[in-house]
Design a protein around this ligand. Structure first.
Ligand SMILES: *Cc1c(COP(=O)(O)O)cnc(C)c1O
Length: 407
């Protein structure tokens, strides 16, 4: 069940196989696929729909807020360890306004260097060596590495396609929990599948966590990017969950400033203290002036969030139509920046080979979902495309894909 191996390790060009790797815990991870694919995009002049970052910046007034903070000398020196008070207050106000959750800004909130550091600090702060972590597969690429750094063991539960969406098998989830399980690592809306966990799925996760007395770390960085009739329901709002859940958010995805690296954690004082105990020795603090700007961003009126979501939904539809017309099977993305496709209707079955050839064939770069799996064969035919790009870029990409595959 615990898959610590992988079939796609890089070769050993230096011929040093006889020597043990310098870092055995991380040896299996190699270089991320994004580096390889972005280099390929550059070399071939392809449209890069691999990595998920917007190609336009967020609201001008928020950029200006960062400039103002910097000029006014706010945040240019080490900000307070837990984050600047203005941002912590804005985070708690946001959790209350959106979800009816109350947190004490002094003890139950921690600002981090993006969600990435929040994930690392949560796992380093909460895991003991040998603890098992049950996580939804495919998973965001830092999860496996962070579980390994913390000395934990990851136990994947595979999301599988069912009637057009990737679904959580609740029996499989229950069966994955053992006496060694310390926590559940959840991500909704889910990268890379675009699945938004349903109320029934989240209820089952919550009941399991309570029954087996587990902690839950939930990555909700796409909380504002849900489409159509999908609804983002924070796990912390379910019965018995507020006291056992570490919720992770980020300004990067919500406000289109991924380079600012402002993330946060909310939870009980005890949980937040555990996360902070690791975080203080990672970056200690970060993003000083940007923290003030994000405090303003979180207080933007509802219209910002509605327009952002509607704009991103239109981009999703544009790319989904192009992919469908090119002959891919498209899983309707209910959230995030991403569309997952199945390449088997194109008579292809190996996502790695497909993505390596796609720049030559179509002038587009995508990511093979298999890199996000321990059970690589389960992810083999799936390929992920990012749609958080300008309309003209998506139109061009859709046209290239149609031309390459549908003549
Ligand atoms: C982008 C992303 C992150 C990282 O967020 P940062 O705030 O940029 O560190 C974490 N989790 C998921 C699922 C993501 O897609």
């Amino acid at each position: 069940m615990t898959a610590m191996t992988s079939s796609a390790r890089p070769a050993d060009p230096a011929g040093t196989a006889a020597r043990p790797p310098l870092n055995r815990r991380l040896a299996e991870f190699g270089t991320t696929i994004f580096a390889e694919m972005s280099a390929l995009a550059l070399r071939t002049g392809s449209i890069n729909l691999g990595q998920g970052f917007p190609d336009t910046d967020g609201p001008e007034e928020i950029r200006e807020a960062a400039v103002r903070a910097l000029r006014d000398g706010r945040g240019n020196q080490y900000p307070p360890g837990p984050g600047v008070p203005e941002l912590r207050a804005a985070i708690t106000a946001h959790q209350l306004r959106r979800y009816g959750l109350t947190f004490d800004p002094d003890t139950e909130v921690l600002v981090t260097a993006g969600a990435t550091e929040a994930i690392a600090a949560a796992l380093l702060g909460l895991l003991e060596p040998g603890d098992e972590v049950v996580a939804l597969e495919p998973y965001y690429d830092s999860y496996a590495a962070c579980v390994a750094m913390a000395g934990g063991r990851r136990v994947p539960v595979t999301l599988r396609p069912h009637e057009g969406r990737f679904r959580l098998d609740l029996d499989e989830l229950r069966a994955a929990v053992t006496d060694r399980t310390r926590l559940l690592l959840i991500n909704t809306p889910h990268n890379p599948t675009g699945t938004v966990l349903t109320r029934a799925e989240l209820t089952a996760i919550a009941e399991l966590a309570v029954e087996r007395d587990l902690l839950v770390v939930t990555d909700e960085v796409y909380e504002h990017l849900v489409f159509d009739d999908a609804e983002h329901l924070p796990l912390a709002t379910f019965p018995g969950m507020r006291d056992r859940t570490v919720t992770i958010g980020s300004a990067g995805k919500t406000f289109s400033f991924t380079g600012w690296k402002v993330g946060w954690v909310t939870g009980t004082a005890e949980l937040v203290t555990a996360v902070r105990s690791a975080k203080q020795f990672l970056t200690y603090v970060s993003s000083g002036p940007f923290q003030y700007a994000v405090a303003e961003a979180l207080a933007l009126p509802d219209t910002y969030f509605e327009e952002f979501r509607a704009g991103m939904r239109a981009k999703r539809d544009l790319l989904a139509t192009g992919l469908t017309e090119a002959g891919f099977e498209v899983f309707r993305s209910a959230g995030t920046y991403f569309i997952t496709t199945d390449i088997r209707p194109l008579r292809e079955s190996d996502g790695f080979a497909f993505c390596r050839s796609l720049p030559e064939r179509a002038g587009v770069v995508a990511i093979p979902n298999a890199v996000f799996y321990d059970h690589r064969e389960a992810g083999a035919p799936f390929v992920r495309f990012a749609f958080c790009k300008r309309t003209e870029v998506l139109t061009d990409a859709a046209e290239r894909l149609r031309k390459a595959f549908a003549g």
